[in-house]
Design a protein around this ligand. Structure first.
Ligand code: PLP
Length: 412
């Protein structure tokens, strides 16, 4: 008789955004006259830039002729895209990453969720708290986290690294924190900068300390750089490979979703350097095998669209789009500060992380914002216990909606 993967039964509650969606749908059904503004889920709202649209049209035309029609894409991605990425995203920064270390996929969520498959079941993971939920949940499914312990609102074998206002929302190097089960040295360290949900960034000097730690302890850093395009400040690394020694200890995830508005098109990539080895086995080869076995390649037309993001006009257009979202972030940040709220982020990331007023819980503030201002945000506690009493707003809304939402929040 078949049996289920019982690890799934350890997953906690429903996915954060499903809970939010349900609450918002119920509110809208009960109040059809109200205009609800959504600054909750991190989805983009602006159309694809002209360079991308032109590339899509051209690729669709190619698909309509026998001579230029394409079937299955190469599992690891078309050379035209992998070479462009290696050149423009890495070599241009002085990072020696080759095309054959780049794996094109349908987005960073799949890669962040799937990467754990190439590691042993007994590996201990470390995550920031608060954290993007995919890293923990994918490891719960794989049986790597131990039991859920309601007392700590977390899993027994996971090392949670608190990110608090006192530490500018940056984690401390492992060692100061252990898992509830007593594990101290993580094998896999998930880092995400610019950070979702806090909007915090890590300087190159600080990230270097993590790289040095990982090399010293034989840990692997899983570095999620999905929001790299939003970095505006000097001294903030765009890639972990800007740090010395990162190629022997780090995997990096990138996404076209927020960089170029591809949330609906689906495109991302993962970098696994050849130098990264465990017991002499190259993780690059394991990931290539995994990708080849379980993934049949991102669509040709989408990869052509991705290539267009790197063209001269494409770069200019997506840069303008990102700057436009960052202007929204500034409007939110300034408005909240004017209203006397404590808020940060929004400078190198599309997220604003605010402290809930009057010490309300994150969900109390969610309900108040929905009911009294008709604005939807994301409760910080949904990202982990250290997110309690915090709240995330996103800069991906329409300009007018963003201005109106901030006005309504000011009047609360
Ligand atoms: N990583 C982080 C930190 C994210 O916030 C998101 C999306 O919100 C993703 C990855 C997913 O990116 P993609 O759309 O490429 O799957």
């Amino acid at each position: 008789m078949a049996s289920i993967n019982k690890n799934y039964l350890r997953l906690q509650g429903s996915y954060l955004f499903s809970t939010i969606g349900k609450k918002v749908r119920e509110y809208e059904a009960a109040h059809p006259d109200k205009k609800v503004i959504r600054l909750g889920i991190g989805d983009v709202t602006q159309p694809l830039v002209p360079a991308v649209i032109n590339a899509l049209h051209a690729a669709v035309d190619e698909m309509s002729h026998k001579e230029t029609f394409r079937g299955y894409a190469p599992d690891l991605g078309y050379a035209f895209l992998r070479e462009t990425i290696a050149e423009k995203d890495f070599k241009a920064l002085g990072c020696d990453i080759d095309a054959d270390e780049i794996f094109v996929s349908d987005g960073a969520k799949s890669d962040c969720g799937n990467i754990q498959e190439i590691f042993g079941e007994d590996n201990t993971i470390a995550v920031c708290d608060p954290v993007y939920p995919v890293y923990v949940d994918s490891n719960v499914m794989a049986g790597r986290t131990g039991e859920y312990d309601p007392a700590i609102e977390g899993f027994k074998d996971v090392i949670y690294m608190p990110c608090t206002a006192e530490s500018s929302f940056l984690p401390e190097l492992p060692g100061s924190t252990a898992s509830a089960g007593g594990r101290k040295i993580p094998d896999l360290i998930y880092l995400c900068f610019p950070n979702n949900p806090t909007g915090a960034v890590m300087s190159k000097a600080k990230l270097q300390e993590w790289v040095d730690y990982a090399n010293e302890h034989g840990s692997v850093i899983l570095y999620d750089a999905a929001y790299e395009a939003f970095i505006t400040e000097e001294g903030v690394p765009h890639s972990i490979y800007e740090c010395k020694g990162a190629k022997s200890c780090a995997i990096e995830f990138r996404s076209f979703s927020k960089t170029a508005g591809f949330t609906g098109l689906r495109l991302g990539f993962t970098v696994v350097p050849k130098e990264l080895k465990i017991d002499g086995i190259a993780l690059r080869d394991l990931w290539a095998r995994r990708h080849g076995t379980k993934f049949n390649g991102a669509p040709y037309i989408v990869q052509r669209a991705g290539e267009a993001v790197y063209s001269e006009e494409g770069r200019k257009q997506v840069k303008e789009q990102v700057a436009w979202y960052l202007e929204n972030a500034k409007i939110i940040l300034d408005g909240l500060k004017d209203a006397g709220m404590e808020a940060r982020g929004g400078k190198n990331a599309p997220y604003i992380w605010l402290k809930t007023p009057q010490n309300m819980t994150s969900w109390e503030f969610f309900d108040r914002l929905l009911e009294e201002a008709n604005v939807v945000g994301t409760p910080g506690s949904g990202f982990g216990p250290h997110g309690e009493h915090y709240f995330r707003l996103t800069a991906f809304g329409d300009r007018e909606d963003t201005i109106e939402a901030v006005d309504r929040i000011r009047q609360l």
